[in-house]
Design a protein around this ligand. Structure first.
Ligand SMILES: Nc1ncnc2c1ncn2[C@@H]1O[C@H](COP(=O)(O)OP(=O)(O)OP(=O)(O)O)[C@@H](O)[C@H]1O
Ligand SMILES: [Mg+2]
Length: 314
């Protein structure tokens, strides 16, 4: 089976400004892929190139086995697309917007959008131009998901959604994953999409700086455990903790020891039990911290090269 999305040295310059540089990426059929990066990183540029809304300066891409340019009509017919700035005719009601897109793309049934509108709590009888930002985003989401497209390309789908609807969106992504759809989702923040993504690519200033499975990211995130030791035994406790494999003793402040654990906290708890514990607190691995390190590290040339090699190797 061909890759759902494949890019080769995909590059876009806007005049002298870099939009995207030498992107080599493969998204597998059925995968949920997250493209993450800060403002201006090149996420929308990548998506627009894939769907042939803009032309690459060099390089090429294939979507659903077809060249992005040559096959653009068929690609767009088979793809549910949510642009980053979804706008449409302000005088059309949401329902008329859906009809318009059904005529354009085909494949969807009216009951499709009814159930999607219900899920997203969208009143489809209102005019698009009169909707709030979050409700406009829902119109964009419903039109992307209707008709069960085999590929979904969603540019910042959670933008403007309240937490309940954000959760509803993630559930929908999981359901579509079950039915075998490939989903390419851009976001600023890992925690918004972490629950659904199989892999994430992190771009910064037009360059892919990391390509990782969520498990790999998770494996590198460490839990923080803070233990307060009584009876003035803090020094010997710190010494005992330092002998546990995968545990790093961080700050020791008075009777309180901060530990970083790349493994389960079981060994820490068992070691702590040999002392008088006056308080113990564990914070789960903060994936966002690992992720933010990529945002920052990439500013430093040497580190960027290192992570990039890793990205391209997999
Ligand atoms: N039409 C354009 N003309 C000139 N420069 C552009 C154009 N579109 C994008 N750029 C530039 O290309 C770079 C990447 O922009 P892009 O919109 O792809 O970023 P993004 O990752 O989608 O950002 P955001 O999170 O803000 O949506 C930015 O530096 C941007 O200024
Ligand atoms: Mg964008």
């Amino acid at each position: 089976m061909p890759a759902a999305i494949e890019t080769t040295q995909l590059t876009k310059f806007y005049g002298e400004f870099v939009g995207l540089r030498d992107l080599n990426l493969e998204v597998y059929p059925g995968e949920v892929f997250g493209l993450l990066g800060p403002n201006g990183a090149g996420k929308s540029t990548t998506i627009r190139l894939l769907l042939d809304f803009i032309k690459p300066t060099r390089g090429s891409s294939r979507v659903l086995g077809l060249d992005s340019h040559e096959g653009s009509q068929e690609i767009r017919r088979r793809t549910g697309y949510l642009p980053g700035d979804f706008i449409t005719y302000p005088n059309l009601t949401a329902e008329q917007v859906f009809e318009y897109f059904i005529n354009l793309r085909g494949g969807a049934e009216p009951q499709d959008m009814d159930s999607l509108c219900e899920r997203f709590r969208l009143d489809s009888s209102r005019k698009f131009g009169e909707l709030s930002r979050g409700n406009r985003q829902k119109v964009g989401l419903v039109q992307a998901f209707m008709g069960n497209p085999e590929l979904l390309v969603l540019d910042e789908p959670t933008s403007g959604l309240d937490p309940l609807l954000q959760a509803e969106f993630l559930e929908l992504v999981n359901e579509r994953k079950e039915t075998g759809a490939t989903q390419f989702v851009s976001s600023h923040l890992l925690h918004e999409v972490e629950a659904v993504c199989d892999r994430v690519g992190i771009i910064r200033e037009g360059q892919l700086v990391a390509l990782e499975t969520i498990e790999a990211l998770r494996a590198r995130a460490r839990a923080t455990v803070t233990v307060e030791i009584g009876d003035g035994a803090v020094a010997s406790a710190a010494e005992a903790f330092s002998r546990i494999e995968g545990v790093e003793v961080g700050e020791v402040d008075g009777d309180t020891i901060t530990l970083l654990s790349s493994d389960s906290i079981d060994a820490i708890v068992k070691t702590a039990a040999r002392f008088t514990v006056t308080s113990l607190e564990s914070r789960p691995p903060a994936l966002d911290e690992v992720f933010m390190a990529y945002y920052n590290d990439a500013a430093d040339g040497s580190e960027a090269t290192e992570v990039q090699t890793k990205g391209e190797g997999s």
